[in-house]
Every structure is written in C-alpha cells, then in structure tokens.
Design a protein. Structure first.
Length: 266
C-alpha cells in the first residue's frame, strides 16, 4: 500500500508577522507536525507529504525557510505546488534541492511516490487570487498520462476544478483550463485522484469519472455560506490534513488537527 498526507494552505509568513494582522500560521503547522509524528504510530509509515499550494502567505524566502524548518523533524519527502499567494522565484529557490521541480518555467512536475505517479500542476497567476491551467500545463498532464498507460495517478492543482458554492472563493477560482482538464481525465483509463486546496474546506466531488478532493487549510477556514452576499473573511479554525491511501483503489481519510482525549472504555 502507498499512503501519503495532503496538507494545504499553510500561509506561513516570516517570523514575527501575522496574516491579516491577526492570524499566527506557524503555530497551527507546528501542532499539526506533532500530530503527524503521532499518526505514524497509528497508521504506519507515510510515503510522503504533498502540499497543495499557498505554502507562503507573503511569498518571502524567509516564509519558505520557516515552512521547511517546521516540517523537517518529520524527515519525510515533501512535494509542493504553488497557490495564488506563492511566488515562483522564492518557491523554486526553496524547493529545488528536492529535485522534482523543473529548472525553468512554470512549476509543473511529476514524481513517483510509492506505487503512484504524482503530477503537480501550476495554476498560479502571480499577483492574482484566481488561477488558470495554461495550455502547456494541460499538455504536460496529457503527456504524463499517455506515458502512464493505466497506472494509478494523483493530479494536484491549487485551484479546484469545480464550483465550491462559496461565492467569493468561486470568484477567484480556476478561470481557464477546467474544460480541457475534464477532457484529458475523461480519456484516462486508470484511477486518478485529483487533489486541490485554495477554498480552505474539505469538499469531495466527481470530475470526469474520477474523485476530486479539496483539503482543509492547516490554519484557517471559510464559512460554508452559500448566500451570494455572504461576509468575506476567514475563520480561526485549524483543518488538519487528509490521509490518502492507495491499495486496489483510493481511500481518503480526514485527520483532525488534534487527536482528542481517550480512547475511553465503552
Ligand atoms: Fe489560495
């Protein structure tokens, strides 16, 4: 079996800063790292951690270094894609030594993780909240899947290729490329799990016959309020992580940020 964790939207800032003057994002990540260390006693070793974007909130080199230093004690391979808050140059500088990122251009990549092929796609439009899947990223995905034949694959992109129902988040959603993504995935004969972030909410749905899941954010959430004039802002709520397992198919389990007291006898 292959199993890995997905964390998302950590929004780390340089030491001493708060997101929006309020939110400490390093502490929730540190707490989650403790939980992940403990989790490995419960579920066995993990093959790695994937991070579905908005790793940094301020795009500074210092924030990426802080992110890496917080995860370092886990000693696990970490694979990242950029979100709308990330900035490509410091992102590449921070993660290039891991060896999975391309040397130039957009941050599309593929890497083997246990029995799975993981494909990371770059939807970042620097300076904007919304995202796009450009032609070159879509062609890259098509080439990867053609090459894989029917092998199981994980496809990661920050902006969900579905409407969340939260008006503000959908207004800064995936603006281009969803239709072609749908076509490419519909043609693929193997199992694909599509993973995304951005909406700070755990939503699962179907896309071209495959499962697509958005992860909660490590540090905050957005109220699932479907009114068109819902207030815009974040909640102070830590979302934990998702554990994805592959054996004869995919299974995904929400991991809460705190374990809870117990177990107590029935
Ligand atoms: Fe985002």
């Amino acid at each position: 079996m292959t199993q890995f964790l997905q964390i998302s939207d950590t929004h780390v800032v340089k030491t001493g800063s708060l997101v929006s003057g309020r939110l400490d994002t390093a502490s929730p990540l540190k707490r989650l790292v403790l939980r992940i260390a403990e989790l490995q006693f419960e579920v066995g070793p993990l093959d790695g951690i994937v991070v579905t974007g908005d790793i940094s909130d301020d795009g500074t080199a210092e924030s990426y270094e802080l992110f890496k230093s917080i995860l370092e004690p886990l000693n696990l391979p970490i694979f990242c894609i950029p979100g709308n808050h990330d900035v490509r140059v410091p992102f590449r500088d921070a993660f290039e030594r891991a060896g999975y990122l391309p040397e130039t251009g957009r941050l599309d990549w593929r890497h083997k993780l246990g029995d799975l092929e993981v494909i990371g796609l770059d939807t970042l439009i620097e300076g904007q909240g919304a995202g796009e899947l450009r032609q070159d990223s879509l062609e890259f995905l098509k080439e990867c899947l053609d090459d894989l034949e029917k092998a199981p694959a994980v496809v990661m992109l920050h902006h969900p290729p579905f409407k969340s129902g939260m008006a503000f988040m959908d207004s800064i959603g995936l603006q281009r490329g969803a239709e072609r993504l749908n076509e490419i995935l519909a043609e693929y004969q193997g199992d694909v799990l599509v993973l995304c972030g951005h909406i700070h909410r755990n939503i699962s749905t179907r896309l071209a016959g495959h499962t697509v899941i958005s992860a909660p954010s490590v540090c905050s959430s957005f109220l699932f309020n479907t009114h068109h004039d819902a207030p815009i802002g974040f909640l102070e709520q830590e979302g934990g992580a998702l554990l994805h397992q592959w054996a004869d198919g995919f299974k995904s389990i929400r991991i809460d940020p705190v374990r809870g007291d117990g177990p107590f006898a029935f």
